[in-house]
Design a protein. Structure first.
Ligand SMILES: Cc1cc2nc3c(=O)[nH]c(=O)nc-3n(C[C@H](O)[C@H](O)[C@H](O)COP(=O)(O)O)c2cc1C
Length: 146
């Protein structure tokens, strides 16, 4: 099967904690834009660090990532994995959101390596999806991150 989608996983930092209003604006803007260009994914934030997965048509993802790299709401973007894929993981979400300061998600940023193999990056993305889809997000305590 042709792998026509591109998926990237990156982390970055914020200079200062984003307000609820600024975070909501960022999510609204992302969801509106992503919907139009068939991009899906998830954004995790813990008051000082972002982790984001973006997936979609190759050119659209690259163009968006270039815009994101230039965004002064964050800095120190580190590309953890980039891979081709034949299906969306976050097909139900134009941009899902997890507050990673909750539960054992807090450990995530410290434990996430600078680079992941594509298999492990996919595994990690599925774990985030599982967390996102659990109604009370209590399952985070049973989630084992790589
Ligand atoms: C951590 C982070 C994640 C972002 N994620 C997205 C995204 O998924 N989609 C998006 O369109 N913009 C995202 N942005 C915003 C872009 O950097 C940029 O401001 C936006 O795409 C510009 O939209 P416009 O062309 O409609 O003005 C993100 C910004 C930050 C700081």
């Amino acid at each position: 099967m042709t792998k026509s989608l591109l998926r990237i996983l990156y982390s970055s930092k914020t200079h200062q904690r984003l307000s609820e209003i600024d975070l909501t604006k960022l999510l609204q803007q992302s969801r509106q834009n992503n919907w139009q260009i068939q991009i899906h994914g998830i954004l995790c934030y813990n008051h000082s660090d972002f982790i984001q997965v973006l997936e979609g048509p190759e050119t659209a993802v690259i163009k968006l990532y270039q815009k994101i790299l230039d965004d002064d709401r964050h800095y120190d973007c580190k590309l953890i994995n980039i891979c081709l894929s034949n299906k969306y993981i976050f097909n139900d979400w134009s941009m899902g959101y997890i507050d990673i300061s909750q539960g054992n998600m807090r450990r995530l940023r410290q434990e996430l390596p600078e680079k992941l193999s594509s298999d492990n990056a996919d595994k990690f993305a599925f774990q985030l999806k599982h967390y996102l889809n659990s109604p009370s997000q209590k399952n985070a305590d049973q989630t084992l991150f790589i």
